[in-house]
Design a protein around this ligand. Structure first.
Ligand SMILES: [Zn+2]
Length: 121
C-alpha cells in the first residue's frame, strides 16, 4: 500500500494529503502563497536578513578553522541543524588535508556543536 503523506498548514487549520512528499510540499506552498501571501513575504525577508550569517560555505568554515577555535566557534554556533548536517559532512571530507592542529580545532567545534544541538539551540 502506498504511504499517504499528511500535513497541516502552520497558519490555519487546513490539512493536506498526497501520495508523495514533493506533491504535498508543493500543495502547501501553493496554499501558503495564495492564502498567506503577506506572511510568506515577511518570512522571506526575515530569512534573508537572518539567513546569511547562519549559512557559511565550506570555504568560510575552513578559513575560520585556520584562524583558531574562537573564530570557528563563533561562525558555527549560529548554523541551524539541517544546514549543519550537510555542512559538517562537507567539511569532514576535507579532514585528511587539514593540518593536525586544524583537525583538532575542527574536532573541538564538532563537539561543542553537538552539545549545543542536544540542548536544542
Ligand atoms: Zn493556511
Amino acid at each position: 500500500m502506498k504511504k499517504m503523506w499528511t500535513a497541516k498548514c502552520s497558519r490555519c487549520p487546513r490539512r493536506f494529503r498526497a501520495y508523495d512528499r514533493s506533491a504535498l510540499l508543493s500543495n502547501i506552498r501553493k496554499h501558503m502563497w495564495k492564502i498567506h501571501r503577506n506572511w510568506m513575504l515577511a518570512r522571506m525577508k526575515a530569512g534573508r536578513l537572518a539567513g546569511s550569517p547562519g549559512n557559511p560555505t565550506v570555504g568560510t568554515v575552513l578559513t575560520a578553522i585556520a584562524q583558531g577555535l574562537p573564530v570557528a566557534l563563533a561562525l558555527i554556533r549560529v548554523v541551524k541543524k539541517p544546514r549543519w548536517d550537510r555542512l559538517s559532512e562537507a567539511v569532514n571530507s576535507f579532514e585528511p588535508y587539514m593540518k593536525p592542529e586544524h583537525r583538532e580545532i575542527w574536532q573541538g567545534v564538532k563537539t561543542v556543536k553537538s552539545i549545543d544541538l542536544r540542548r536544542g539551540s
